[in-house]
Design a binder for this molecule. Structure first.
Ligand code: GLN
Ligand code: ZN
Length: 753
């Protein structure tokens, strides 16, 4: 190698116009045959490779394409199909593959969980009693196809054994090393087959290397890689990490692999410090992730060039491979057609294709330094500088806001008790009621301008009225308006606040065929006018029961958006908090004095490394408090979160100082209650008494027993009864039946206390 090379880590699967999603869904609904499915998918796969070829990328990833998820692909490639799917052995069929992902009549789906701290979800492998065997060499197939069809000498991408097993479940963790051993021959075989087919360079992803691995774990890691490399000595392996700095840099660089991939966006300071401290071996490649693979802004070339200059003090130019910081799976495909976005913002956007252009530009500039390339780099930075200087980003002074309620909870509680006069074990819901096809159509037609505004408002009101009546008939104590006017809990607020832009086609894969289109926070966020008062007040006008206002919290709005990268996240969160406080006050002023501020994404923003948790939690909690503290003592603030694994953030949850929290628990009740007990959570709490993700309607007895178990450890005066999340995905019949059972369970227990 004589020069800097460019490389990509992974390419988005979904297609410029979500063709991938549409093909998958057509296949699932049997509108296309398996054969046309494969043909369509192959077309897409090849077009993705071709795009990268045309951009001039040196190392084009192959095998990163998937029909659903790359972790599932890895499990299936090793024949690791859970017993409940009755797989007979050998290559796994497409139908078993999709049953694992989505469930079938006979067996429930595999669990799905978040991929590190991203919003992408992977399918959790289950090991059970199985030994891995190579039943299909997917990267090899991908390599051969790219070679044959496009004459691309691809770089196969594989998830490494250590991360794979760490992410898996269904085995005794105390036998981790022993089980990991069984993967070695399988990986060796896989790599040997690649080698035999003429592969020269392979990317093995080991993202677990950026988490808090212990020294012992790192020893295990080293032993495994020493052994694998010994068996395929001449294959060039790049050990790829992303999302953070690596924890055991020194051990990592002493492994007999050809290269190390490091993230210089999220882990810039620490990775750089490690290189400065320990150097970098002169016989290895440094695959430097210098473009942000998780955000949508152009890279400031000036910064990248200075980073590269720093790096070249430790590695020679021909050791350098330039690449995005992680797979581009996490960004949309192209910003080219985003004509509706303000031109100054649009000019500063870089989705996947624009990032690949940046990559080749930087690579060329490194290989042919001189006036021409400096000029090109400077031109590239103009858009960022322009946006920075534009009045879209003019800083306004933040107001001094209280982040503490006037009184502590214990002193607010009697005042609120007196004001609200609720029965013990009050019943309520989390906010949304069924988002039917009709409702979605009403919203869509209105957006397209096909439905006059007044008709739209009337129809939404009719729905609110209908559901207020339903709630009254069921006998719930605290009602909600139902969120019928909301498409999405972040987009709805983003569209009404200043500082947000919305792309036409900026989709990214969330899980399976499900894609999300995160809002873009480009400027200063501020409040312009009340966003929820009208609907809430209308609902309140129809009933004597309290109607709870419903907002999305600052941390969730932040975590589910693409955020400007010229300010610390904390500052953006505080801006959102200030804007939301305006809404809280507008509601309060209008007489809505019970307000829920949802924070379902609080936990997912938690940094990967423990030592960064506290900093994040401090500002996240502060942001929530800024948005909810400046209210009357009698105003009751609720919050809601949708997860059950919160042991590590329970203090933070308590520090939010919400008067009532509702939390998803129906799937793991026992553990949850005890963790609340241990930490003496002393504010109002609603442990979801039934799982809204399932169409099954639990009967009164089932809910009673859950409530009684909770009451054995939690004081009844603080306890609320509610489902574990919003009901937007359920139908009317299920909702009415379930809530009826829930309220009668509550009433019965109430009378016995
Ligand atoms: N209020 C929202 C709803 O009921 C909360 C959704 C969520 O927690 N993700 O739909
Ligand atoms: Zn929820």
């Amino acid at each position: 190698m004589t020069s800097v090379k460019s490389s990509n880590i992974g390419y988005p699967r979904i297609g410029e116009n979500r063709e991938w999603k549409k093909t998958l869904e057509a296949f699932w609904s049997s509108s296309i045959s398996e054969e046309s499915f494969s043909i369509e998918m192959k077309k897409l796969r090849l077009s993705y490779l071709k795009n990268q070829q045309e951009k001039g990328i040196d190392f084009i990833p192959v095998g990163d394409f998937s029909y659903y998820d790359h972790v599932l692909d890895t499990a299936v490639m090793f024949g690791l199909v859970p017993n409940r799917f009755n797989h007979a052995g050998g290559k796994v069929s497409l139908s078993t593959y999709f049953s694992m992902a989505r469930g079938s009549a006979a067996a429930h789906a595999c669990e799905m969980t978040k991929w590190f701290d991203t919003n992408y979800h992977f399918i959790v492998p289950e090991i059970e009693d199985k030994k891995p065997e190579l039943v299909q060499n997917k990267p090899l197939e991908a390599f051969l196809e790219a070679k044959k069809e496009l004459n691309i000498h691809g770089k196969p991408v594989i998830l490494g054994p250590f991360s794979f097993l760490k992410l898996a479940k269904g085995y005794d963790k105390s036998h981790f090393e022993e089980i990991l051993q069984t993967f070695i021959p399988v990986y060796v075989q896989l790599l040997q087959e690649l080698k035999d087919a003429g592969v020269s360079i392979v990317q093995i992803d080991e993202p677990v290397l950026v988490t808090d691995l212990s020294d012992d774990e790192m020893d295990v890691f080293s032993r495994v890689y020493n052994e694998i490399c010994q068996h395929v000595p001449s294959l060039e392996i790049i050990l790829q990490t992303y999302f953070e700095a690596v924890t055991h840099y020194k051990e990592l660089i002493s492994l007999p692999v050809k290269g190390i991939g490091l993230d210089f966006v999220r882990g810039r300071e620490e990775n750089l410090a490690s290189i400065k401290k320990h150097g970098f071996p002169s016989d290895k490649l440094l695959a430097a992730g210098i473009l942000d693979g998780r955000n949508i802004w152009k890279t400031r070339m000036e910064d990248s060039v200075s980073l590269l200059h720093e790096l070249t003090e430790y590695v020679s130019v021909d050791q350098l491979v330039l690449q995005p910081s992680c797979s581009l799976l996490h960004v949309p495909i192209t910003a080219e057609n985003e004509t509706a976005i303000h031109p100054e913002v649009k000019a500063a956007l870089a989705f996947c294709h624009e990032k690949l252009d940046e990559l080749t530009l930087l690579t060329k500039a490194m290989n042919h330094p001189g006036e021409d390339s400096s000029f090109l780099l400077q031109t590239q930075d103009e858009a960022i500088n322009k946006l920075k200087a534009s009045n879209l980003r003019e800083r306004k002074e933040m107001n001094e806001l209280p982040s503490k309620r006037n009184k502590v909870f214990a002193d607010r509680f009697p005042l609120q008790h007196e004001k609200w006069k609720l029965p013990v074990l009050p019943t309520t819901t989390i906010g949304s009621f069924p988002q039917t096809k009709e409702i979605r159509k009403i919203r869509a037609d209105w957006r397209k301008g096909e439905l006059p505004h007044s008709t739209y408002e009337t129809l939404i009101r009719e729905e609110i009225k209908k559901w207020i009546e339903i709630q009254e008939n069921i006998g719930l104590d605290v009602l909600v308006h139902g969120e019928f006017e909301r498409n999405d809990m972040v987009e709805f607020f983003g569209e009404k606040l200043e500082g947000f832009a919305f792309s036409k086609n900026g989709w990214v894969q969330s899980y399976g065929s499900r894609c999300v289109k995160p809002p873009i926070i480009y400027g200063n966020v501020s409040f312009s006018e009340p966003m929820t008062v009208k609907e809430t007040l209308y609902a309140q006008s129809l009933t004597g029961k309290p109607v709870k206002g419903m907002l999305t919290g600052p941390v969730t709005i932040l975590n589910w958006s693409f955020v400007r990268n010229d300010l610390p996240e904390k500052e953006v969160a505080f801006q959102i908090a200030e804007a939301l406080l305006n809404e809280v006050k507008s509601l309060e002023h209008a007489g809505i004095e019970m307000i829920q501020v949802d924070e379902p994404a609080l936990r997912e923003g938690l940094p990967l490394k423990q030592d960064k948790h506290q900093h994040y939690l401090n500002w996240a909690v502060e942001a929530f408090r800024l948005s909810t503290s400046d209210v009357a003592d009698t105003t009751q603030i609720h919050t809601h979160m949708c997860y059950s694994d919160f042991e590590d953030i329970i203090q933070a949850i308590s520090d939010l100082d919400a008067d009532v929290i509702s939390i998803e628990t129906s799937r793991s009740h026992g553990e949850l209650i005890s963790s609340f007990e241990e930490t003496t959570y002393d504010k109002g709490i609603g442990l979801g008494v039934y799982d809204i993700h399932s169409p099954r309607v639990p009967d009164e007895e089932e809910m009673s027993s859950i409530i009684e178990r909770a009451l054995a450890v939690l004081p009844s005066r603080l306890f609320w009864i509610n489902p574990d999340c919003g009901l937007k995905t359920r139908n009317e019949k299920e909702v009415v039946e379930a809530l009826t059972n829930m309220t009668s369970a509550a009433k019965k227990i109430r009378s016995s206390i």
